[in-house]
Design a protein around this ligand. Structure first.
Ligand code: GLN
Ligand code: ZN
Length: 750
């Protein structure tokens, strides 16, 4: 039995000075926004291509928001949220809210401003983008300087709040909190050395005060301020800033009730700070964190208990969740049931998946099902939630042999490959054309004969090889035309994985991924990539890199079983990749790239847990690659990973050549001391592929010279900073032409 669809009513506007409104018993911290069928992605791309106007884009957003509120109301969720929608990125939305957008991106509409910042334009590089904590979502890094002006613009939360209200749905607007906003920001280019964005807290708080006042005027009862930065290690100054911020916002006479949400881990030393602040509700991630000991300190506040995971696709363990809720209620606290974080990181609805094995479906919950769980737990009605699979005993995998030291390998590889100085290469994928996508869709739908599909792939590989030869690249790739996605492709060919049809999750802007579900023991039934790699190598005299995804990344970008320790799962995957490396080698492939772009992403937010993680993650990578002979060159690739934080671990991967992000962070990595002692080949990406912009040859040459100045001679590679899959051929061809020209120019100048 489902509650009836809500009827439009206008909830009463609370009197100024009224008592704190009741916090709903069941709530979520946020919801997916890209659309159940990626409607927003399509609408954005149509707008960018000029196929649709702004009015159509806005209408799509309005319709998606309305559908979400209506669906969640139908599911019985009282604690609904607004302002969780975003046209491009919610962190950039916070910069818009505060009027703190860098001048160079300002356009007439907030959408165009966000798109300019996210995508760049001719002659305008986009904002730096990086991962949202330890998720695979990327946000645009706000730039804050000593002179940044702040001007509150609450129009977006007000509009969304009013929209929901017109549908009869009372919502809690969600804003990024002031402390997290400033901690995620980086100094503007002209800021003095040592400038910390957090030093602008006063000015930012003034803007938040105006925003809270405007929300109160509109009748908002509760507002949610997201402070996930508080679950990482924070300095005494940062904790003091947190105390200041919430003392000030809580002290406002005219404001909604304040709910400060923490997520992605336990609050630790920030808990007493928030407990002492005059805020009415505090959110705890009780999936990643256990119940804190200092519950007494929270007396008088609503505890929003995040017992339903927003980070995985598994059903909640009802015993654990109800146990936690009971203990909380036992302290006399007012408790609301919630998700551990926004549901942004999980797919919309399991009901859309009709091809998953029933045994697996019974264990799964996507966003809609998580809402049902929250509602059921709040009602004390957990009978429908099945008990999860019990934990299996961790198995230690047998040790494997390691490779010869790098100097020995380097000699063998130089003899075999005979590459010039400053070798040019790409990261693996070439643009995925509409024809390729259409062919794959037709194959999946059974409308295209597999032999015909293979012919299309072979033709594409020939074309991509010919282009690379014509451009003059030194190490070629086959272009990955047969791969929908660097993780999903492997998941489809390994035992122990299931893939979804509609399980899209937003990665950044209009980009989504469909994380596979790793639910059983991972095994490789046979070679996965050897066929196309050897086909490509048979068509050219230049070396072709075999292209594999690393074990940490395969696991990081999948939803992973919880009944085994993560390290055991990663090592199982490593063994499968090890087998694939051996098969590529046996087929005569001389260079194998094993990508690990997610190495940084899984780094624990707390420093105390990092060494342990890096130990097993590095061990997994070496397990995957150390079977290669000395003359086989192992490459790895990491991107948008703030590689600075894990440089020592990257070095420990022991890959012969490493390509990293560098273009969008303006070569920042080269300033790192650890880079100077980097003992192996390094390709600091000199072409930012996350933008349509074609970098001029002299800009690339400058990047290469900077790398040569920082790194040991003879170790520098020239390459883009990621795969070219999402780009178009015209810009890729022009950019790679500039890359080769720049490498030649720099080579001949030496
Ligand atoms: N080899 C992959 C590609 O080129 C790497 C992608 C990535 O790092 N995200 O597409
Ligand atoms: Zn990459």
């Amino acid at each position: 039995p489902q509650p009836a669809v809500p009827q439009p009513v206008t909830p009463p506007v609370p009197e100024p000075g009224a008592r704190t409104p009741e916090f709903p018993a069941a709530t979520i911290l946020g919801y997916p926004r890209i659309g159940p069928r990626r409607e927003l992605k399509r609408a954005m791309e149509a707008y960018w291509d000029g196929r649709a106007g702004l009015a159509e884009l806005r209408e799509t957003g309005r319709r998606l928001r309305a559908e979400t509120w209506t669906d969640l109301a139908r599911r019985g969720l009282a604690g609904q949220v607004s302002n969780t929608f975003s046209d491009y990125d919610h962190v950039f939305d916070a910069a818009l809210l505060l009027g703190a957008v860098p001048e160079r991106y300002r356009r007439d509409t907030p959408e165009d401003t966000a798109f300019a910042a996210g995508r760049g334009a001719a002659g305008l590089a986009p904002l730096r983008m990086t991962k949202w904590f330890d998720t695979n979502y990327h946000y645009l890094v706000p730039e804050i300087g000593p002179d940044t002006g702040f001007r509150a613009d609450p129009s977006k939360p007000l509009t969304e709040y009013a929209e929901a209200r017109a549908l009869g749905v009372e919502t809690r607007p969600v804003l990024l909190g002031p402390v997290t906003f400033l901690l995620l920001s980086e100094p503007t280019a002209d800021a003095p050395a040592g400038f910390a964005p957090l030093s602008r807290l006063d000015a930012v708080l003034e803007a938040y005060e105006q925003i809270l006042g405007a929300l109160a005027d509109a009748g908002v009862g509760w507002v949610q301020l997201d402070e996930p930065a508080l679950v990482a290690d924070r300095s005494a100054d940062e904790l003091a800033a947190t105390a200041t911020a919430y003392r000030r916002l809580g002290g406002l006479a005219h404001r909604p009730a304040l709910f400060v949400a923490s997520y992605f881990g336990a609050l630790g030393e920030a808990l007493p700070v928030l407990a002492a602040a005059p805020v009415e509700a505090i959110g705890l991630d009780l999936v990643r964190g256990e119940l804190p000991d200092e519950l007494d300190a929270l007396r008088g506040k609503v505890i929003v208990a995040g017992v339903v995971s927003g980070r995985d696709v598994w059903r909640t363990d009802p015993a654990r969740a109800t146990g936690q809720l009971e203990r909380l209620r036992g302290t006399g606290a007012t408790v609301a049931v919630s998700t551990s974080c926004s549901l942004l990181h999980v797919p919309y609805d399991l009901a859309a998946e009709t091809e998953l094995p029933a045994e697996l479906t019974g264990r799964l919950a996507f966003a809609a099902q998580k809402v049902d769980e929250v509602v059921a737990l709040a009602a004390g009605d957990t009978g429908a939630i099945p008990t999860p699979v019990p934990a299996a005993a961790p198995v230690e995998l047998p040790p494997v042999a390691q490779r010869s030291p790098y100097p020995v390998r380097a000699v063998a590889q130089a003899a075999r490959l005979a590459l010039p100085d400053l070798p040019t290469t790409t990261i693996g994928s070439f643009p995925q054309t509409g024809e390729l996508r259409a062919a794959r869709a037709a194959l999946t739908a059974g409308r295209l004969d597999p032999a015909e599909y293979d012919r299309i792939i072979a033709t594409e590989i020939d074309r991509v090889l010919a282009l690379q030869e014509e451009l003059g690249l030194d190490v070629l790739v086959h272009g990955e035309p047969e791969r929908n996605d660097m993780v999903q492709y492997f998941a489809e060919h390994l035992d122990g994985f299931a893939v979804t049809r509609h399980g899209w999750v937003q990665s950044y802007g209009s980009r989504c991924t469909r994380p596979p579900i790793l639910h059983g023991d991972v095994r490789r039934a046979g070679p996965i990539t050897v066929r196309w790699a050897s086909y490509a190598q048979s068509r050219t005299d230049r070396p072709v890199k075999g292209m594999l995804t690393g074990p940490v990344t395969i696991v990081a970008w999948s939803f992973v079983r919880r009944d085994l320790p993560l390290r055991t799962v990663v090592h199982q995957v490593a063994d499968a990749i090890r087998g694939e490396v051996a098969d590529l080698e046996a087929a005569g492939i001389g260079i194998v790239q094993v990508d690990e772009p997610a190495l940084r992403e899984l780094l624990p937010l707390r420093a105390a847990q990092r060494d342990d993680y890096l130990d097993w993650a590095v061990a997994a990578y070496r397990r995957a690659t150390s079977g290669a002979g000395d003359a086989t060159q192992i490459h790895t690739h990491l991107c948008y990973s703030d590689a600075e934080a894990v440089l020592a671990a990257i070095d420990a991967l022991d890959a012969d050549v490493t390509s990293v992000e560098s273009a969008r962070s303006h070569g920042r990595i080269l300033a790192e001391r650890a880079v100077h002692s980097f003992a192996r080949g390094l390709g600091p990406g000199v072409y930012d592929i996350h933008s349509r912009r074609v970098p001029p040859a002299d800009e690339i040459a400058a990047g290469l010279r900077a790398a040569l100045a920082a790194l040991p001679a003879g170790r520098v590679w020239a390459n883009p900073d990621c795969g070219l899959k999402t780009r178009g051929y015209p810009e890729v061809t022009a950019a790679l032409r500039n890359l080769v020209a720049a490498a030649r120019e720099v080579r001949s100048a030496d």
